[in-house]
Design a protein around this ligand. Structure first.
Ligand SMILES: [Zn+2]
Length: 382
């Protein structure tokens, strides 16, 4: 270890606690269905298409729409770029999709993760790996019995789109802080924007909204909590809602995403990410680089990216992200500083390290973001 490790390692452990929580949220979700698909409810054999669920023929290209679903089938039109199937229910129950069958009859499972189940919210994102596409035709799904409502968010492209389509993500920042203003966060947001732009994803930053309500300065990082829901209710449709608050869980948590992926399309309880300011400050000085990386990292989760490597050596489902072997570490797991020759500089490495710039994304990671239902296709207008 280098001479910084004595001061950095405690911080590393601290960050571990933080990001591990986020991972566990995704990981718990994964084990619900990704790892044990045999327990998933079986797909109903009959797949009658309810024509009322079809996408309106008046739909324009380059548009994201949200459809409410009441049946277990839906029609994906030609030139669909991506879709997110989300289910909502009582917070104490499992909800959301538990199985999905593509138009060709293949069950979607391997390498694709059904998020959630517990906590009253779950979803499945297509594509969440590049080789499973949102092909046109009739898709069929099963969902947990306690699911009370289901929605489909579709992003439609056009025949002439490049693959992947050049895409812009609109980010709506909010700040609920007794100490920091929208102006204070400008360098952080510029850093976040730079990270995405160097990975070929354009960011449109809407003006930061200050929420002057001290009840939110310390936010509980649980998205089913009433106050957290009230904060998230400030979120907007069709954008990535990024909430900076003074503190999450007594400075232990850097940031957390409302899902992996989160709810995209309509505003709601699971449409946003939370980032702690205090956890990135020394005295009154913000670590702009780390704070920008955390914001970008959480939005990455929220759009469906897993940690490339986790502390204990499990890895994301993408084939081109480097995997840091456990043998690189000196103990039970690996830290970013152990993985510089692997994915220690990837934006989605599990541990944030102030001494290491973490801002790269692989081609597959970029592919998922460029196809995201929340992204807008840039129309060529030159
Ligand atoms: Zn994370």
């Amino acid at each position: 270890m280098d001479m910084f490790s004595k001061t950095q390692r405690p911080l590393g452990v601290f960050l571990f606690l933080v990001l591990c929580l986020i991972w566990l949220q995704g990981c718990g979700a994964t084990s619900d269905s990704g790892g044990s698909t045999s327990s998933a409810p079986t797909i109903p054999p009959e797949t009658t298409v309810d024509t009322t669920l079809q996408v309106p023929s008046t739909l324009q290209p380059h548009q994201t729409i949200v459809l409410a679903l009441t049946q277990n089938t839906f029609e994906v039109p030609e030139n669909t770029i991506s879709f997110l199937l989300s289910g909502f229910g009582d917070e104490s129950e499992a909800a959301g999709p538990s199985a999905l069958v593509a138009p060709d009859g293949n069950q979607v499972q391997e390498g694709v993760f059904f998020y959630g189940g517990l906590g009253g919210y779950g979803n499945v994102l297509i594509p969440s790996v590049p080789h499973i596409s949102a092909t046109a035709g009739t898709w069929t799904f099963a969902q947990y019995e306690t699911t009370q409502s289901t929605q489909l968010t579709l992003r439609i492209g056009s025949e002439t789109d490049a693959i992947p389509p050049p895409s812009t993500i609109t980010v709506q920042p909010f700040v609920a802080s007794g100490e920091y203003s929208a102006t204070d966060l400008e360098p952080t947001l510029e850093r976040m924007k730079e990270i995405y732009e160097k990975n070929n994803i354009a960011i449109q930053l809407d003006p930061t909204i200050e929420i002057e309500d001290e009840r939110f300065y310390q936010t509980i990082p649980v998205f089913t909590q009433p106050l957290t829901r009230e904060l998230l209710s400030h979120g907007k449709d069709g954008v990535a809602n990024l909430f900076f608050v003074d503190d999450l869980a007594a400075g232990v948590l850097l940031g957390i995403a409302s899902g992996l992926p989160g709810e995209m399309g309509s505003a709601g309880d699971f449409n946003g990410v939370l980032v702690s300011i205090v956890a990135h400050a020394s005295g009154n000085v913000l670590n702009t680089q780390l704070l920008g990386e955390t914001a970008a990292h959480e939005i990455g989760h929220w759009m469906g990216l897993f940690h490339t490597s986790n502390f204990n050596g499990n890895y994301d489902p993408l084939s081109d992200t480097l995997e840091c072997p456990l043998s690189q570490g000196s103990g039970q797991g690996v830290y970013a500083s152990d993985c510089i020759d692997f994915d220690g500089r990837n934006l989605m490495f599990w541990e944030g390290d102030p001494a290491i710039e973490q801002s790269t994304l692989s081609a597959d990671q970029q592919y998922i973001l460029l196809h995201s239902p929340i992204a807008k296709t840039q129309t060529t207008s030159e």
